[in-house]
Design a protein around this ligand. Structure first.
Ligand SMILES: Nc1ncnc2c1ncn2[C@@H]1O[C@H](COP(=O)(O)OP(=O)(O)OP(=O)(O)O)[C@@H](O)[C@H]1O
Length: 275
């Protein structure tokens, strides 16, 4: 599939429940509506266990097999579950750890070429590396000869191999230091110029400095509590949870959250932060 041609990614009333035995279930996503468009990366932030990875998984088709899903997820004319069969070609996935998408015993160039062939992509390995700003000399290297930052860029290149109009990245900066994290956030923002890019991250600082014009959704306890321009949310958060999350950042004084964060098991339908 070439170009994004204004493909959008839309989630409507999405709900995910994960049974954990004895009739109990984790409320991993609740009433999630989200629209991601080309031209603007869409970042999803929130505390640990708030549902960010699950949100990525409902798009990429990587939910636990026993999870119960309801709602609509659609992109490029496909809706879930059919969308899940087009991973790589419609939805490219950037994993949290780049090492999980490469074997250490083969050079990067061969692995990328194989991925392009498998997905029927139009860009060759050198062109993919160029897209993510990596020197073509990396093609002859084994994954372990690349730095963590380079390897993460290579993983983004691999996610682009099938020329998907939608790219989903779950915590793509979690193994990187601050400078590299900002580089990766800037690259993802740049790639969003002509495709949908959805990124889950706990790295608010990297989004604030690397993509202030991006769309930002803030998650708490399986729900999106607010969505807007990242820079605006950072300066004037509307939701109480966002305000407290920002106050908990080291640069804002590390203030602990004044209200408890639930474990999401059998959460009451009307549960709200501080409520
Ligand atoms: N396979 C699973 N079985 C049971 N519970 C799960 C499973 N996967 C996720 N969960 C639960 O679903 C909830 C949402 O998890 P999720 O991983 O989406 O959150 P997150 O915001 O990505 O967290 P983190 O930042 O820690 O990765 C959490 O309570 C988590 O414990």
């Amino acid at each position: 599939m070439s170009g994004a041609d204004r493909v959008t990614l839309e989630l409507k009333a999405v709900q995910v429940r994960i049974p954990i035995g004895a009739g109990r279930e984790v409320h991993a996503l609740t009433d999630v509506d989200l629209l991601a468009i080309p031209g603007k990366p869409h970042f999803v932030v929130g505390g640990s266990g708030s549902g960010k990875s699950t949100l990525c998984s409902v798009v990429s088709g990587l939910l636990p097999s026993h999870a119960r899903f309801a709602g609509t997820v659609s992109a490029a004319g496909f809706a879930v579950p059919e969308l899940w069969r087009h991973r790589g070609r419609v939805v490219g996935v950037v994993p949290q750890s780049a090492m999980t998408c490469f074997t250490p015993v083969r050079r990067l160039g061969g692995q990328l070429a194989e991925t392009v062939r498998y997905l029927g992509g139009e860009r060759g390995p050198a062109e993919l590396l160029d897209l993510v700003g990596l020197d073509p000399s990396a093609l002859t290297k084994y994954p372990l000869e690349l730095s963590g930052g380079m390897l993460q860029l290579a993983a983004i290149a691999a996610a682009l191999a099938g020329d998907p109009p939608v790219v989903v990245a779950d915590e793509p900066t979690s193994a990187l230091d601050r400078g590299r994290s900002e580089d990766v956030v800037r690259l993802l923002a740049k790639l969003a110029a002509d495709r949908v890019v959805l990124v889950a991250t706990h790295d608010l600082a990297a989004v604030r400095s690397g993509a202030p014009d991006a769309d930002l959704s803030v998650m708490f306890a399986s729900r999106i509590v607010e969505t807007g321009r990242a820079g605006d949310i950072f300066t004037a958060p509307r939701a109480d949870y966002t305000r407290d999350l920002l106050a908990a950042l080291p640069e804002n004084g590390l203030h602990p959250l004044p209200h408890p964060v639930p474990d999401l098991i059998d959460l009451p339908a009307d549960y709200r932060y501080g409520g």
